[in-house]
Design a protein around this ligand. Structure first.
Ligand code: URA
Length: 234
């Protein structure tokens, strides 16, 4: 393995090519422990935990595991059509590091969105076979009846799908309904409620498996997942 030089380190965490990283160093924009680093080829025996670039202290981990509180009117796409992209809510360097959302939320849905640049993690969390249920809180246009609940728990057939999909759990809480599902089909929750004659007006994802949305994050806020949250999803 080539030595971990400062330019390599910076490039690996999304600060451009190695050439661009060297330019950042030469301009005096990179500090470690309060000291400006002048040599772009300085070698590290171990990755320092944090480094300061352009006045901002950043962690140097290459693997990204992020939770975002997605607001409505934001799209889960690198090339959004009608709204801002979720990626514009994160540092640009994450895009350079290959971050992707784990599944998607509709533009008019909000709540927990996980993002990562680790394909195995994304695949695992998305895969219905891994048994991670996703929990959504919905506001409905019409009263939610016991018949609708029973139908959802039994399973409903959605257009263009091969098999019925079912609610794994349903809880009525005040004037909202919390539903857990195992898959992540296109518009799944909205289509399931429509299939039983209701209509979803508001939709918020509150949890994926054991990881709940951190409510201290305001809409559009993000944080890294903790090691134990990552482990609990794997
Ligand atoms: N189901 C939906 O219908 N929309 C979402 O955004 C997520 C799940």
């Amino acid at each position: 393995m080539p030595a971990l030089t400062l330019d390599r380190l910076l490039a690996s965490i999304g600060f451009g090519s190695r050439k661009e990283a060297r330019a950042l160093v030469r301009m005096g924009f990179v500090e470690l422990d309060g000291k400006v680093l002048e040599d772009p080829f300085m070698e590290f025996k171990e990755r320092p935990e944090c480094i300061t670039v352009n006045g901002e202290e950043v962690t140097t981990q290459e693997k990204l595991y992020v939770m975002l509180h997605k607001p409505v009117d934001v799209e889960c796409s690198h090339n959004p059509r009608d709204h801002e992209s979720v990626y514009s809510l994160l540092p640009d360097r994450f895009t350079a590091m290959g971050i992707q959302s784990v599944g998607r939320l509709d533009a008019d849905s909000e709540g927990l969105l996980l993002l990562s640049n680790q394909g195995d993690f994304i695949h695992r969390v998305e895969s219905p076979k891994k048994g991670l249920f996703k929990y959504y809180r919905v506001g409905l246009a019409r009263p939610f009846t016991a018949e609708q609940e029973a139908e959802l728990l039994k399973g409903v057939m959605l257009k263009d799908e091969r098999r019925p999909v079912l609610a794994r759990e349903i809880r009525v809480e005040g004037d909202t309904v919390v539903i857990a599902i195992g898959e992540g089909l296109y518009h799944q929750v909205r289509r399931m409620f429509a299939a039983v004659g209701n209509h979803v007006v508001t939709l918020k994802r509150e949890a994926i498996g054991p990881v709940a949305l951190d409510e201290t994050l305001g809409k559009g806020g993000w944080r890294f997942l903790t090691d134990s949250e990552v482990a609990s999803l794997m």
